[in-house]
Design a protein around this ligand. Structure first.
Ligand code: PGA
Length: 307
């Protein structure tokens, strides 16, 4: 038997409509061209596939069998086309991410693996603080935000994928280093170096102290980057509260220590967040699945022996 795909496609349309004219219209062919394809298929099969009763055509028994297989083939072809289109999207797509500045300590590791798998994909990243993240989500100008606390009052879907402990950091020579269970009130006398307004780390720190006795700190300083805060703490200017993700290297080199303060670490999570009902490109969908399935395996949360 020498059956062609084209013959089966034409036959499938005729069998579905039980009408040569309608099948010809659907396929943008003339009716004689449709009849010719069906006739050639019947010759190959060696049996009639349609029979005419009055003005109507019907499928014969072999016709019904051929119809079943041609439908299955058609479905497979459609599926193949979908898969191929998706693969094309995955090879040349674009992904936009808006990322909390603190998340940038682990994001390169994730993007390294993702980009290796999808070499043609371009990733636009905006590293910014929480306030700007919320703006990007509100304006729907980003595929995903990676942030420490999903926004309230905005219709979003958010999924936690990694833990994010916030700790009190100090220089190794600090007088409180080595103390156990330091009472929170004991910190009131210390200078604190805080992140800028709009930072999620700062908001979490403020929430924590408000919930634990509303301590008022006599001396505070403000810096708008985690790096600047770490340098200042190392130089003995004061204490800081930062995500442990920012401190992997300094902890390893013992340039900073984590203080054992009651109630700490503040346990938070990293979330991947997007607008509810957002229509994803193939790349965006692949990125979301990648983060949720693989980030917990690829990334490790730095651990600290308490000073
Ligand atoms: P950020 O971190 O302080 O860099 O804005 C975000 C967060 O922890 O929510």
């Amino acid at each position: 038997m020498n059956i062609t795909l084209r013959q089966l496609q034409v036959f499938e349309a005729v069998a579905r409509h039980l009408n040569f004219t309608r099948a010809a219209e659907e396929l943008f062919l003339t009716q004689p061209a449709v009849s010719m394809q069906v006739k050639q298929l019947e010759e190959q099969v060696g049996q009639p596939l349609f029979e005419q009763v009055g003005k109507k055509i019907h499928l014969t028994e072999p016709g019904r069998e051929v119809f079943r297989y041609s439908q299955a083939l058609n479905n497979l072809l459609t599926e193949m086309q979908m898969v191929l289109t998706e693969m094309k999207g995955l090879q040349h797509g674009r992904l936009t991410l808006t990322v909390a500045s603190t998340a940038n300590y682990f994001l390169p590791t994730l993007l390294g693996v993702f980009s290796q798998r999808h070499k043609g994909v371009t990733v636009d990243i905006d590293v910014t603080n929480r306030e700007n993240l919320l703006r990007a989500l509100t304006a729907n100008t980003t595929d995903f935000a990676i942030m420490g606390h999903p926004p309230d009052g905005l219709e979003v879907e958010s999924h936690p994928f990694l833990s994010n402990p916030l700790v009190v950091l100090a220089a190794p020579e600090h007088p409180l280093a080595g103390h156990r269970n330091i009472p929170i009130e004991r910190l009131a006398a210390e200078t604190f170096i805080m992140r800028e307004r709009g930072s999620g780390t700062r908001a979490a720190r403020e929430r924590f102290f408000a919930e634990h006795g509303s301590i008022s700190f006599s001396k505070t300083m403000e810096m708008n980057s985690n790096e600047a805060i770490k340098q200042a703490v190392q130089a003995g200017l004061g204490l800081g509260v930062l995500s442990i993700h920012t401190m992997e290297v300094e902890l390893m080199l013992k340039r900073l220590v984590v203080l054992d303060v009651e109630g700490f670490p503040i346990m938070r999570h990293w979330y991947i967040v997007h607008r509810q009902g957002k229509r994803f490109s193939a790349v965006a969908q692949a990125f979301k699945e990648f983060v949720l399935n693989e980030a917990p395996v690829l990334l490790k949360v730095p651990s600290a022996d308490l000073a």
